[in-house]
Design a protein around this ligand. Structure first.
Ligand SMILES: [Zn+2]
Ligand SMILES: [Zn+2]
Length: 268
């Protein structure tokens, strides 16, 4: 099958990549659509060190083609969104409602890919820049078939990360003030989740004019700031007064009131 293989220098479309059959608790999915995330680009430009050769991509959606022994869900023919979190479902973290704390979730899944007998690394326990993939059944989440897979694939990272941080991690309360630094794929989904929760104030910050327009179409902020145009007071207590992104991030990390801060992540 074909896949885009990053050899440490270039991404090349390669024919002849193989993926093994699904084992116990695994499924094989035909990839129909994949997003391109900043994390993929960060491997290419060296910001995220990662061994090569590797097949990148971790926002995928597709159709289940085969299931391994013991799999009860999903079924062959199901449309699925893929998740990077290959949680075990059995450890104390998983069974107590904290699957993101699962120690088996990341980086412990052996790659299913080979090229001419040589293993090719998988990325983020996925690798969606390929035609087929084998993952744990729990990583393939069934969705209604009327949802376009080209849209659904974004749930795999940008939506999950942005909306999940608002709804599950920060658990923002009505009336809370929120600073959103950057309005890319994740930031826009933070904004949408905040709007769905009818939060009172929103202070998205982005340097890119197109993103500012897109952000404004989603949810006009009650206040806004442009990181490079303003000086740097040391506190986030009055965001519109003009702190820089670095001073906000620093204050958030150092805040003694951790209940009030949630740093989701940052990509330059
Ligand atoms: Zn991502
Ligand atoms: Zn677990």
């Amino acid at each position: 099958m074909k896949a885009i293989v990053f050899d440490g220098t270039d991404n090349k479309l390669v024919d002849g990549v193989t993926v093994r059959d699904p084992g116990i608790g695994e499924v094989q999915v035909r990839i129909v659509a994949s997003g391109l995330c900043q994390s993929d680009l960060s491997v290419v430009n060296g910001k995220i060190p990662f061994p090569s050769p590797v097949i990148l991509g971790h926002e995928g959606a597709g159709i289940v083609e085969a299931v391994g022994p013991g799999v009860t869900m999903p079924s062959v023919g199901d449309h699925v969104v893929l998740s990077t979190l290959a949680t075990c479902g059995q450890c104390a973290s998983c069974t107590s409602g904290y699957p993101t704390m699962c120690r088996e979730s990341f980086g412990k899944t052996a790659t299913p890919f080979e090229l001419d007998g040589t293993p090719i690394h998988n990325f983020a326990t996925l690798s969606t820049f390929t035609e087929r993939i084998v993952v744990q059944a729990g990583q393939a989440v069934p969705i209604p078939k009327d949802i376009p897979l080209s849209t659904a694939c974004l749930i795999g990272c940008a939506v999950l990360t942005g909306a999940g941080a608002v709804l599950n991690r920060a658990r923002v309360n009505p009336g809370d003030s929120v600073v959103v630094i950057g309005a890319g794929g994740i930031g826009l989904n933070v904004i949408q989740a905040l709007e769905s929760q009818a939060r009172r104030r929103l202070s998205p910050s982005t340097r890119t004019p197109t993103r500012r327009r897109r952000r404004a179409s989603l949810a006009p902020p009650t206040s806004s700031m442009r990181p490079r145009a303003i000086p740097s007071p040391p506190s986030v207590s009055s965001p519109t007064a003009g702190p820089t992104t670095s001073s906000i991030a620093s204050a958030a990390r150092q805040s003694p009131a951790r209940r009030w801060t949630c740093s989701i992540g940052a990509a330059s």
